[in-house]
Ligand binder design. Structure first.
Ligand SMILES: Nc1nc2c(ncn2[C@@H]2O[C@H](COP(=O)(O)OP(=O)(O)OP(=O)(O)O)[C@@H](O)[C@H]2O)c(=O)[nH]1
Ligand SMILES: [Zn+2]
Length: 412
């Protein structure tokens, strides 16, 4: 079996779960705001300097929402997008964005916002709802970069800023990663909390948004398990692990009785509703899922982690948007980036945490993806061997598999 490729560059820094206790109130505040943004509501964001402003996701922005932002704050509406989207619009340099997978390296809470990188787009008099849609939504205006509004300017949205927090909230809410924000021109005589309460807005601190992802991915609680005989693998138990934010559970499918003292045969499988459940021919996930269960059973024992990271972490709705962009001739990497996402937004701390809680410290990893090998090792799990996990193309997924090989380094 192939030995894992040596990770390129500096030796991987090990990441161990943060000792920092979870700030329950902060997680709760972020959760509430995520739900409000998904409902299309305006929310309030306070920054470390105590100033407060309002934001609404670009998916929900309407003429009324922009008028409400103006009326509430007295400020002019600006658009906050990811650096990746700004690059697509020709408004930022590509080399400045840090790959998302570096998040796991950074012990400092708040790394998430910095790793993603956000930009503020503005013009004299502010941006209208239509202009914001056209700039942020590739469906609205496929060639937005050719028709930028006059007077448009782009500036760095520093980590901890309202704009960086608004973009990260949209991303966490699995919406298009962009938001309209507006600041109060001067600090109100009342506190941010009083201002938000006065206008019946849910309030969140930008610092809590930055810390949220780092905290939540690190705290999983095993909540249930059951014996579930599978076709071809009757000695199987499924364990469910719930993250601190109460979000979707990740699952561990333990086949046979793997010995924790030996490197366990393991598959990290990211959820793919279309491939895993519907038998989509656009990817190889369904084959990889069923193939992993069969191979682990054939070898006697092992574990398949089924990770709630649909669409390489961008969610099913955004993956469908990415498919529509691919139908216009772009590949799976470009499609993510045109939406404003990184090519791959997954983090592997949940997988490492589940393996540790199940007693496994070393794995023989079934994957073709060098990034998975690298990231799992960085999260403190010893990857002693790579086990190739290749399935034949099916007449529909050649381009997808070719892109993964040519642009994401997959070893086929
Ligand atoms: N954004 C996006 N996600 C996709 C696309 N096709 C498949 N996916 C997602 O990609 C992920 C595939 O994950 P895996 O098969 O576990 O891993 P991998 O990165 O392909 O590497 P392997 O371990 O070698 O399989 C799933 O979350 C799918 O939903 C696509 O075109 N766009
Ligand atoms: Zn898939």
């Amino acid at each position: 079996m192939a030995a894992p490729p040596k990770p390129s560059g500096a030796p991987a820094a090990k990441v161990t779960p943060a000792a920092a206790p979870i700030d329950e109130a902060a997680v709760r505040a972020v959760d509430r705001v995520l739900a409000a943004l998904r409902r299309g509501e305006v929310v309030a964001i306070e920054t470390a300097d105590g100033t407060v402003g309002a934001a609404v996701s670009v998916e929900s922005v309407t003429l009324d929402a922009v008028e409400r932002l103006k009326a509430l704050t007295g400020g002019t509406p600006r658009l906050a997008v990811t650096r990746r989207r700004a690059v697509v619009l020709g408004l930022a340099a590509a080399d400045a964005a840090r790959p998302v997978s570096d998040i796991a390296d950074d012990q400092a809470p708040g790394a998430a916002a910095e790793a993603f990188g956000a930009m503020t787009l503005d013009r004299p008099g502010g941006l209208t709802a239509d202009q914001s849609h056209a700039l942020a939504d590739p469906e609205q205006h496929p060639q937005a970069q050719d028709a930028l509004p006059a007077g448009l300017s782009a500036s760095e949205a520093c980590p901890g800023s309202r704009e960086a927090a608004a973009v990260d909230l949209a991303r966490l809410a699995r919406l298009l990663p962009a938001a309209i924000t507006a600041d109060l021109p001067s600090s109100p005589a009342i506190s941010a909390m009083e201002w938000a309460a006065k206008h019946d807005l849910l309030l969140v601190r930008a610092s809590d948004v930055a810390d949220y992802r780092v905290h939540v991915v690190r705290t999983l609680r095993r909540v249930a398990d059951a014996r579930v005989p599978l076709v071809g693998s009757e000695n199987t138990r499924i364990y469910a692990f719930r993250p601190a934010d109460g979000g979707p559970e990740h699952l561990a499918i333990v086949i046979g009785d793997p010995d924790p003292k030996q490197p366990v045969l393991a598959r990290l499988h990211s959820e793919c509703f279309t491939g895993d459940l519907l038998g989509s021919l656009r990817c190889d996930c369904g084959d990889q899922l069923r193939g992993a269960i069969a191979e682990i059973a054939r070898q006697g024992s092992g574990v398949l982690l089924y990770l709630a990271q649909e669409g390489r972490g961008i969610g099913l709705v955004n993956k469908l948007r990415a498919y529509r962009i691919q139908d216009r001739g772009f590949d799976t990497v470009d499609a993510n980036e045109i939406l404003g996402f990184e090519a791959d937004e997954r983090v592997y701390l949940p997988a490492a945490e589940m393996l540790r809680q199940l007693g496994f410290e070393a794995v023989r990893l079934m994957t073709n993806n060098p990034e998975k090998l690298r990231q799992l090792a960085r999260c403190g799990i010893a990857v002693v061997e790579r086990v190739a996990h290749i399935f034949p193309a099916n007449g529909h997924n050649e381009a997808y598999l070719r892109t993964k090989a040519e642009r994401s380094g997959h070893m086929f």
